[in-house]
Design a protein around this ligand. Structure first.
Ligand SMILES: [Fe+2]
Ligand SMILES: [Fe+2]
Length: 138
């Protein structure tokens, strides 16, 4: 059993965004999978991969929200920026002292970081983007 699981109740109404969210969940699950052994190095890899993919996802998601005229766009973009900053801060803390960021702590933080955003914020744009999945955002 993976630590986090994507289910239909997390669908934001845009297949491509759902695919991105599944990928983010998969990246966080890698930490959990590594925890049976020495996961110290995995913390760094996961934080790096997560930062890369999150930047990509956020910019695609913002383009979609802008294209469909989502009223909460500015607030949503600000939240995305803060979320990137939070992961960067954890990465910085890890680089200064790897032992100070145990895999369990990173897993707990990142799980809440992602799931609270999808459930609390992303689901709010569902009615706006539904049917707009064809909008080209790149
Ligand atoms: Fe978002
Ligand atoms: Fe998202």
């Amino acid at each position: 059993m993976p630590y986090l699981q994507w289910t239909e109740s997390l669908s934001v109404g845009a297949a491509r965004m759902d695919a991105h969210h599944r990928k983010l969940i998969e990246l966080i699950n890698r930490l959990f999978d590594a925890m049976s052994g020495d996961a110290t190095k995995t913390v760094e890899t996961v934080l790096d991969d997560l930062l890369d993919y999150t930047r990509y996802h956020f910019s695609e998601e913002e383009a979609l929200l802008q294209a469909c005229g989502f009223p909460g766009f500015d607030e949503h973009r600000t939240i995305h920026r803060d979320m990137i900053r939070d992961v960067q801060a954890m990465r910085q803390r890890y680089l200064e002292n790897p032992a100070g960021v145990p895999a369990g702590e990173a897993l707990d933080f990142l799980s809440k970081w992602l799931m609270r955003h999808i459930i609390g914020k992303d689901l709010r744009y569902r009615s706006c983007v539904e049917g707009h999945d064809e909008i080209k955002t790149d």
